[in-house]
Design a protein around this ligand. Structure first.
Ligand SMILES: Nc1ncnc2c1ncn2[C@@H]1O[C@H](COP(=O)(O)OP(=O)(O)OP(=O)(O)O)[C@@H](O)[C@H]1O
Ligand SMILES: [Mg+2]
Length: 209
């Protein structure tokens, strides 16, 4: 596969959506063909599953939740990500498989081995070339969400849950330092953008060697 697959991960409110947009714009201006997408979602079926997953009206069992994420992901990989990579495009996804590993594995305490296995089933082994984790203290990141309207089902979890999520991403980065890069989310937006760009440029250059 000749494209380049970038994912943004991290706790809620880290600035993923903000940075995905800035990076997409930058790479397009450089002349790259870029597909910008998100999870859960990215396809019609995926977006229908997203509404189910994020609706605070539902109480969803952890296993059901994990499988719903996987169902959306399988569709996303098959319909959107793989075809774009085959065509040589850059794919940037706002969250991907690492989120399920961390939210359902580290925070909800499902078996990490089982999550890795079902993730593999959903992605057919597709891994990002580079994953940017936007990291910051839970207090700082959740503070940013206050001026947002209604909080979704996951955002409504207690502070301990969000702490486990943050630690889960940091542990993942320590386990896979080659692929997973941590960037401080607590700098001004443009500084974070520059730091992200440096990582992506290095990653793309290494890939071309
Ligand atoms: N570096 C930054 N400094 C201060 N505020 C920021 C920064 N980056 C983003 N924000 C603001 O923080 C809020 C959350 O940003 P954004 O929606 O991009 O985060 P997210 O990681 O996509 O959140 P979610 O997990 O809910 O999707 C927004 O109001 C955004 O404008
Ligand atoms: Mg977002």
């Amino acid at each position: 596969m000749s494209g380049f697959f970038i994912t943004f991960e991290g706790p809620d409110g880290g600035g993923k959506t903000t940075q995905v947009e800035l990076l997409t714009e930058h790479l397009k201006q450089q002349g790259f063909q870029v597909i910008c997408t998100r999870e859960p979602g990215g396809t019609e079926v995926g977006n229908a599953i997203r509404s189910l997953l994020l609706d605070p009206a539902y109480t969803i069992n952890s296993r059901t939740e994990a499988l719903l994420y996987m169902a959306a992901r399988a569709e996303h990989v098959e319909q959107v990500i793989r075809p774009a990579l085959v065509q040589g495009k850059i794919v940037i996804s706002d969250r991907f498989a690492d989120s399920t590993f961390v939210y359902q594995g580290a925070a909800r305490k499902l078996s990490k081995t089982e999550i890795v296995a079902i993730n593999h089933f959903a992605t057919q082994g597709l891994l990002p070339d580079i994953t940017v984790v936007l990291d910051g203290t839970v207090e700082a990141l959740l503070g940013r969400m206050q001026n947002r309207g209604n909080r979704d089902r996951i955002e409504q979890e207690d502070i301990e849950f969000h702490r486990k999520v943050r630690q889960g991403f940091l542990d993942l980065a320590a386990t896979e330092p080659q692929r997973v890069k941590v960037v401080s989310a607590c700098e001004p937006v443009q500084t974070v953008h520059r730091n992200v760009l440096n990582l992506i440029q290095t990653g793309m250059t290494e890939r071309c060697r």
